[in-house]
Design a protein around this ligand. Structure first.
Ligand code: SAM
Length: 442
């Protein structure tokens, strides 16, 4: 029986779904963060549950050939990346395996998951950052959340955030002369700084998330960083972990920025969803459109359409697109996006997919293909049943969560053949993985 605080020498036999190493002692599964499959390690048991335990990596005795020196000074403490000690190519294998294992465990069709599409240069790829700020011992600190905690840690340089965004956030805080929010007492103003940078347009949006509206003199900031096109004060005075409220006051510019994906131009508002890795998003949308195998007579639906990106990518191949999305500002962006790209065959519908898709199909609109791109929790039962009921020729499932993807594929596989699962690495060096799957009506 293993015991807390005991030290053991172990062989790591597998990689877990969060990139941690897995070993066994007396049939006990032990998760060891920072260890890699095939390594021999010295570990200390941190916590013992009924059938599994967590161990701390004390020493790597025999390193994996995939182990590399992390290139980030804050990596060990940070809650952002968790695979920077592993060579990038191998992380792509690990991510494919993560989906393959779920497929093998859950589905009747043990389809071989395709090799992960990775990035040529997986650095500084995020177009959106939310930097928490905190006053620690009289000093204003801007940073990132520490691993599995709400503590803010300072960072030298983040390897996944856009470089200019990091510079701007630091500049804002260095010149901040208002108060900083204190979680304990729910007093003070500045809570977070959100920055969006257009990967192609380079247009920048700054959102100062504050406990109550504040006056902010932005004159020096916009002089120093002329790519800043808009500045917004987001009043979030709730005691909550939700970062953005719906209360926006635009103090500079139009409250939106524009960016491009392929030849399409997109308007983006602060509360709207926009894929964080624009470079990989183009690959992902191209895969989705290719797998959908669209034809000019097709009537299709794009469920969870955000600001209408997939609808717009698909529009030129089909007769008609219906896009459904719950967030008001996203649907407003989507309508404008269709307009500025001269597209007239899309209807954007604001609403909860569960209800709005149901209403759409009750109008007797025959859908040939349905593309879905739900949030992490996946599809709801009504929508799955509606898909089975209307039986589109193809369903293309874009997913950011393999667990809910495979759960939903299981529900659909009686009526549909799963033809392809293609992982795309939108989040290099983190344990997240995006994928596009295609299902064909049997
Ligand atoms: C993963 S994003 C995909 C957005 C878009 N397809 C894209 O690639 O940018 C999921 C979207 O679903 C929206 N959403 C979440 N729950 C929803 C629901 N119940 N009904 C409709 N839309 C929802 C979110 O606001 C978000 O825009």
């Amino acid at each position: 029986m293993i015991k807390k605080n005991e030290e053991y020498i172990v062989n790591i036999i597998d990689n877990g779904s969060n990139g941690e190493g897995i070993c066994k002692i007396d049939e006990f599964t032990i998760f060891v963060s920072g260890a890699i499959k095939d390594e021999e390690c010295k570990i200390k048991i941190l916590k013992v549950n009924k059938s599994y335990a967590f161990g701390k990596l004390l020493e790597v005795i025999k390193p994996s050939s995939h182990r590399i020196e992390p290139d980030c000074l804050t990596y060990k403490k940070c809650g952002g990346c968790n695979l920077r000690h592993i060579d990038y190519k191998y992380t792509l294998d690990m991510k494919r395996d993560k989906i393959q294992n779920l497929v093998n465990k859950t589905l009747n069709n043990k389809i071989a998951v395709k090799y992960t599409i990775g990035m040529a240069e997986p650095l500084y790829y995020r177009n959106k950052a939310i930097y928490p700020v905190k006053e620690i011992n009289g000093k204003n600190v801007i940073g990132i959340y520490a691993n599995r905690s709400h503590d803010v840690i300072e960072f030298e340089e983040c390897k996944i955030q856009n470089k200019e965004s990091q510079e701007i956030a630091k500049y804002i805080l260095e010149n901040w002369n208002d108060s900083i929010y204190d979680e304990e007492t729910h007093t003070g103003h500045l809570r977070n700084i959100m920055i969006r940078v257009g990967a192609i347009s380079k247009e920048i949006m700054v959102v100062l998330i504050s406990n109550g509206y504040i006056d902010y003199d932005y004159s020096n900031l916009v002089k120093k960083y002329p790519n800043i096109k808009t500045i917004i004060i987001n009043d979030n005075h709730e005691v909550t972990n939700v970062v953005l409220s719906n209360n926006n006051k635009v103090i500079f510019g139009d409250g939106v920025i524009y960016d491009y994906l392929n030849d399409y131009k997109f308007q983006i508002s602060p509360n709207s969803f926009f894929q964080v890795n624009s470079y990989q998003t183009i690959n992902m949308y191209n895969e989705a459109i290719k797998m959908a195998d669209l034809s000019s007579k097709d009537i299709i639906a794009d469920l969870y359409c955000g600001i209408g990106t997939i609808s717009i990518f698909a529009s030129k191949y089909v007769k008609k697109v219906y896009g459904i999305e719950i967030i008001h500002s996203s649907i407003e962006n989507a309508k404008i996006n269709a307009e500025i790209n001269n597209i007239s065959n899309i209807d954007f519908i604001e609403g909860d997919v569960e209800k709005a898709f149901n209403e759409l199909i009750e109008k007797d609109i025959k859908l040939d293909v349905v593309i879905v791109d739900p949030p992490r929790k996946g599809l709801d039962n009504t929508t799955i049943n509606n898909l089975i009921k209307i039986k589109p020729r193809k369903i293309v499932y874009v997913s950011c969560n393999p667990a809910t993807l495979v759960r939903d594929l299981k529900e659909l596989e009686n009526d549909y053949d799963i033809k392809n699962i293609q992982p795309i690495d939108n989040f290099p060096y983190t344990n997240h993985i995006e994928s596009v799957s295609v299902l064909e009506r049997r």
